[in-house]
Design a binder for this molecule. Structure first.
Ligand code: NDP
Ligand code: 2IT
Length: 451
């Protein structure tokens, strides 16, 4: 990086660090974008004069609230709820809700910041937001989850709406939780509108929304492989996580001819050298979505597989790695192991799963590396399609949604190439996604004045 560009990044980041002390994940996400877009900003002084990046890095609004609820035993529990409304330059705030014990303001601010660029890349009219709670559904009865969701949705209902802010799922929030929150919203507002996405099919949900993030990830990776004249066929793929994104990434990668050999959760990973085929994946879906069990149980059903407790799958030799669990789950040591094992492509299904050290190693070794804000944008893009269908009061067929999703992923890939191709032809998808996402938001903000 040239000296004056580095100076710009340093000055900007000192302001961000001073304003957001101890927000490690938020600072990490902002630094990555700043490093990508600094050169562009310096070439376009209007962006600098109007402090566009400083404005994007300050959420328009942060809402924090108490979420009291009752255990089945009658005991009172208190969780903390959040909604970070980061940027509305392109449309209503849009982004998921995360329910996990680790949730804090830093994590939700990083996710809402990232979402702003991701949503811009989808080409659909959506601003960026994210919310959630430090609640975990693990070990809770269905009634407890419902009471929590109703309490959370009651306060949130004052701040959202189909034209205001449209939440969806993320870690710990799937169809069950969205159903309970949408039900409570409808009851309080006495209106049936698309204020949430990821709804059940019979009440305004879109076909293919559950599959969209994992499928979209594979469509994006397919495009990356095409730039090398390659494909998924015959490739060995490692996947982390075993939730929504992982399940449908495994499904699509397998359909495209790959062999997926790992899945994981926060307790460890399973390695199945024969591959997780369709039938085994159905078992994982039931295990995780219906019985809410642990991935370790896979080896009881399929004894040819091995479970590695408290370990991550990145030491397994593979051609393609798809981290689909959580932020910072793949560090520099893991990246080096992947490179040493001959991995040619890494596609992020999760948000910011690779640490900055890991990304530097992928770039230095010219690995095809897709950041989450490009590669996992298929989920929110299909949420955007759900919003469109709700507005029209019509539903598209599965094939129509799939065609739109794959076209959007192709377009995002093209945008990344446009802004990220380096002198030697290597595509830096991090720069491509950050610059491509930034320009659209920045221009909209400039046009809308200092608001
Ligand atoms: P789920 O809750 O369905 O699954 C999450 C998976 O990740 C589980 O296997 C979970 O294991 C594991 N996991 C969660 N936290 C940790 C942790 N701290 N350490 C190790 N493993 C962990 O969530 P999703 O599949 O929806 O989300 C996964 C990732 O994808 C997240 O980063 C999310 O932000 C991102 N994403 C999701 C989209 C969506 O549409 N759902 C869209 C775009 C991105 P365990 O069961 O043990 O907790
Ligand atoms: O991180 C994400 O893009 C999501 N969790 C999906 C958000 C959405 O509004 O569908």
């Amino acid at each position: 990086m040239e000296k004056h560009v580095q100076q710009f990044v340093n000055d900007f980041m000192s302001r961000i660090e001073a304003k957001n002390p101890n927000e490690v994940e938020f600072i990490q996400a902002v630094r990555e974008v700043a490093e990508s877009v600094a050169g562009y900003i310096l070439e376009n002084p209007v962006m600098q004069n109007l402090k566009v990046l400083d404005r994007i890095a300050e959420p328009e609004r942060v809402i924090m609230f108490r979420v009291p609820w009752l255990r089945d035993s009658g005991e009172i529990e208190i969780n903390r709820g959040y909604r970070v409304q980061n940027n509305s330059a392109l449309g209503p705030y849009k982004g998921g809700l995360r329910f996990h014990v680790s949730v804090n303001l830093s994590i939700l601010k990083f996710l809402a910041f990232e979402q702003t660029f991701k949503n811009s890349l989808t080409t659909l009219p959506m601003g960026g937001g994210k919310g959630g709670s430090d609640f975990s559904s693990k070990g809770k009865s269905d009634n407890e989850v419902m009471r929590f969701c109703q309490s959370f949705a009651t306060e949130l209902s004052r701040h959202i709406g189909a034209d205001v802010d449209v939440p969806a799922g993320d870690i710990g929030v799937g169809g069950r939780e969205i159903g309970y929150m949408f039900g409570q919203y409808k009851r309080l507002r006495n209106e049936f509108t698309g204020a949430y996405t990821g709804k059940g099919l019979s009440f305004g949900g879109s076909l293919l929304r559950p599959e969209a993030t994992g499928y979209g990830l594979c469509y994006f990776v397919r495009e990356m492989l095409v730039t090398k004249g390659d494909s998924f066929a015959g490739k060995v793929v490692t996947v982390s996580g075993s939730g929504n994104v992982s399940q449908y990434a495994i499904e699509k990668a397998t359909k495209l001819g790959a062999k997926v050999v790992t899945a994981s959760d926060s307790s460890g990973y399973i390695y199945d050298s024969e591959g997780i085929d369709e039938q085994k994946l159905e078992y994982i879906k039931d295990l995780k979505n219906v019985f809410r069990g642990r991935i370790s149980e896979y080896v009881e059903r399929y004894p040819n597989a091995v479970f590695y407790a408290e370990e991550r799958p990145w030491g397994v030799k593979c051609d393609i790695a798809l981290p689909c669990a959580t932020q910072n789950e793949l560090d520099g040591g893991d990246a080096q192991k992947l490179v040493d094992g001959g991995c040619l492509c890494v596609g992020e299904g999760a948000n910011m799963p690779s640490t900055p050290e890991a990304i530097a190693i992928f770039h230095a070794n010219k690995v095809l590396f897709a950041p989450g804000k490009a590669a996992n944008a298929g989920g929110v893009a299909t949420s955007g399609l759900e919003m469109a269908q709700n507005s029209m009061r019509l539903s598209w067929s599965r094939d129509e949604v799939d065609e739109k999703l794959s076209q959007i992923m192709r377009d995002i890939h093209t945008t990344c190439c446009e802004y990220g191709t380096e002198a030697d032809g290597y595509i830096n998808y991090v720069n491509g996604a950050n610059i491509g996402g930034f320009i659209k938001v920045a221009n909209a903000m400039i046009a809308q004045g200092v608001v």
